[in-house]
Design a protein around this ligand. Structure first.
Ligand SMILES: NC(=O)C1=CN([C@@H]2O[C@H](COP(=O)(O)OP(=O)(O)OC[C@H]3O[C@@H](n4cnc5c(N)ncnc54)[C@H](O)[C@@H]3O)[C@@H](O)[C@H]2O)[C@@H](O)CC1
Ligand SMILES: [K+]
Length: 485
């Protein structure tokens, strides 16, 4: 099963792997034509009703694969209104090939039949697919009524027009009109909403490489854009809890969280290091905790600070001194929100009883310290991480040459990054980045995107600085790494 949003991400990842959308459209169109051949013998009349998006583009391709059939293409709009270059190129190809095609601009002029007014044997519904928003407008609405009133076998491309592929409900509300399809040929994977429909569903393999789903890619960044109307705080408030023996670690996490898009980043650290942390950047809000180590006496104060933030990043630079583990245990036992847990705080996770939603970011050694297992073979390692995530009941991001992200159900691999990133501090950057992302998206997605963009920032830093790469190079490169291109 794949949702519309995930499908869009996978599609963009496939393009980044060298399989562009136009190539997928060619496969989709071919699959639609095969479905027509399965439904009717050569010589049959086939009306392809095409919208102006890529759903329509799939049927424009199909028309080229239907030699031997009496084909008529109805484009719902003028050529200039076709929304994508690839669909327009396929329209031009049809016109050049002199395949019978007409443009419909006025719904009153829409008719499915040939000159004698008979219904065609097959109608291909390629008006709207995953790009639909709201109920069918004109001329799609009139065309849907005509399709539903005809005796033809109706084959829907990807999803019947007017239906939400994620839910199976009409996009215009319960009573709204949608195409009533006999068959649906959908692409790449089953869609959650199709099973409930009274139609025979075929899933067509369109050549999206499995790696487009298995590995992170630029498509995973889709949907993370800021809402232009958002206010301060809407894009995440992050509390970093750390420091004591180390000052750099919490600072790196906090700066990374800011560069990864958080609106406000607060650092709770021992008073002994508070002014040093503040000295790194005026953009940080620093809250000093009495003493030079974070300990159990601070659990209540940190809990009240945490309540004012969307997410806590727990661990950077905390160390493993007297009382640190007790602090982490006490804090997590009472905390019910979302947190990224890194470094020394990780050891506590497997045996703490918490309602918090955690993203743990261990490297292989820390994973073993938590009680997890690792393996040399990447596929085996991924499966072990998935099983361990299910066991601890949290999201895991296990750092390595290939990072493994798992939440017990899903597993994703990330291969951005480079050996130069084994320098100290890159893990703190990652924890802060994941923290900022987890304030605005789901934990698994946040962990996967975090790994991807920090690796990308590291790759850019390595290109600029070679073996001289240091962790402080990374935060400033995050905004560029998060651009979806
Ligand atoms: N990986 C993928 O996602 C692939 C998608 N493909 C096809 O591309 C389709 C998605 O294409 P698009 O994103 O171009 O979207 P659609 O072709 O579904 O819709 C395109 C346009 O229709 C208009 N529209 C939206 N709601 C409307 C409404 N209620 N009434 C009238 N017009 C409306 C909008 O202007 C929208 O841009 C899929 O359903 C599938 O058929 C395939 O070509 C191959 C791969
Ligand atoms: K459709």
């Amino acid at each position: 099963m794949i949702t519309t949003d995930r499908m869009a991400a996978v599609d963009a990842n496939a393009a980044a792997l060298g399989v562009p959308r136009k190539q997928l459209m060619e496969s989709s169109g071919n699959a639609v034509a095969r479905e027509v051949r399965a439904a009717a013998d050569p010589g049959a009349t086939v009306a392809l009703v095409c919208g102006r998006g890529n759903n329509g583009g799939d049927a424009l391709v199909a028309a080229r694969f239907l030699d031997g059939y009496d084909v008529a293409v109805h484009l719902l709009g003028r050529r200039e209104t076709i929304r994508t270059d690839i669909a327009r190129e396929n329209w031009t190809a049809l016109e050049s090939a002199e395949i019978q095609s007409e443009t419909v601009t006025d719904s009153r002029e829409f008719g499915l039949g040939g000159p004698d007014g008979d219904d065609p044997d097959v109608v291909v519904d390629a008006m709207l697919g995953s790009g639909i928003a709201g109920g069918l407008r004109e001329p799609e609405r009139t065309a849907a009524e005509a399709i539903n009133a005809s005796d033809a076998t109706v084959i829907a491309v990807d999803v019947p027009s007017g239906i939400d592929a994620d839910t199976g409900d009409p996009t215009g509300g319960a009573e709204a009109i949608a195409v009533n399809a006999d068959r649906v040929v959908t692409f790449h994977d089953e869609k959650p909403g199709l099973a409930a429909l009274d139609a025979e569903v075929t899933v067509a393999d369109i050549g999206i490489p499995a790696a487009a789903e298995r590995f992170t890619g630029p498509g995973d960044l889709l949907g993370l854009d800021r809402d232009p109307d958002s206010h301060k705080g809407d894009n995440g408030e992050v509390l970093v809890v750390g420091g004591g023996p180390y000052t750099g670690a919490p600072t790196l996490s906090a700066l990374a969280a800011l560069r990864a898009g958080a609106d406000l980043v607060r650092v709770a650290c021992p008073e002994s290091v508070a002014s040093a942390v503040q000295g790194f950047s005026p953009n940080l809000i620093v809250r000093g905790l009495p003493g030079d180590r974070v300990g159990p006496a601070h659990a209540e104060r940190v809990a009240s600070l945490a309540a004012d933030n969307d997410i806590v990043v727990l661990g950077p630079g905390l160390g493993d001194g007297d009382g640190t583990r007790e602090f982490v245990r006490e804090f997590l036992t009472a905390y019910e929100g979302r947190a990224v847990v890194d470094a020394d705080a990780l050891r506590v996770v497997p045996d703490v009883d918490t309602d918090a939603d955690l993203i743990c970011t261990p490297h292989q050694g820390e994973l073993v310290g938590m009680g997890g297992e690792t393996a040399g073979d990447p596929a085996e390692r991924a499966e072990l991480v998935r099983e361990f995530a299910a066991e601890v009941g949290h999201t895991l991001l296990v750092k390595g040459a290939v990072d493994v992200i798992a939440d017990g159900d899903d597993v994703r691999l990330n291969r951005t990054g480079n050996p130069g990133m084994t320098v100290g501090g890159t893990g703190d950057v990652l924890a802060g980045t994941v923290g900022a992302l987890a304030a605005v998206t789901e934990p698994f997605h946040a962990a996967a995107v975090g790994a991807y963009v920090v690796g990308r920032a590291g790759d850019a830093a390595a290109e600029a600085n070679g073996a001289g790469l240091v962790a402080t190079d990374l935060p400033d490169r995050l905004p560029e790494a998060m651009r979806n291109e």
